[in-house]
Design a protein around this ligand. Sequence first.
Ligand code: ADP
Length: 248
Amino acid sequence: DVAHGRILYLEDVNVSFDGFKAINHLSLDIAPGELRCIIGPNGAGKTTMMDIITGKTRPDSGQVFFGSTIDLLRYKEAEIAQLGIGRKFQKPTVFEHLTVFQNLELALKTDKGVKSSMFFRLDSAQSDRLAEVLHTIHLAGSVGRQAGNLSHGQKQWLEIGMLLMQGPKLLLLDEPVAGMTDEETARTAELFLSLKGKHSLMVVEHDMSFIRTISEIVTVLCDGAVLAQGTLDEVQADERVIEVYLGR
Ligand code: ADP
């Protein structure tokens, strides 16, 4: 929501699991077109926060808005995906026995399943999008390759491509460069920088050099709330951040 300067906001969100406060008065904003990195020690609440945004977990209290008008707490998980929020989990989940092309094609028809996609033809706008996505994810030269034969990094890019086929406004990505080679990581940084502006991205990562390449603002979560926020240099110099990373 450009007028209000935010595509996503969480306001005073709380979640308890059996009396344990996993999310504790969490408030956070993401601007349209922003690429935000989220860091924080294990158990900080990063996964739970993504689960709340995508409707997998219901908060006990608080507000979660997509743009200024869409109250995400009124939607189910499947509906939230339809609203334009794409999520990528850490492990790649592509259809290994299908080609790169077929995986991207299928992403347009996820609701109908694999079988009907065999009889499904792309219209020209969809073909154009597919070609653009192939280029963005560095797989234009591998359209006919079976996904199972791709490298780990290429599978991750393909899955991002599958999300892009659905034209998401906001992408949530969990440790996208985990397990990648240095070269794949560098190309993933390029990919993310090319998505920034057109999409808003929220990236949970541990790889600090990757974060340094891609991010302007970094949010540090700890004990279910925002501990610090700023440039990577600013948060890395913050005493409280140093303490949670070194003192535990
Ligand atoms: P992170 O992703 O930052 O490592 P999580 O969001 O996975 O953190 O977890 C935050 C805290 O909530 C952890 O202490 C975790 O054990 C707890 N937690 C997460 N999900 C559940 C659940 N379904 N039931 C009980 N505790 C949970």
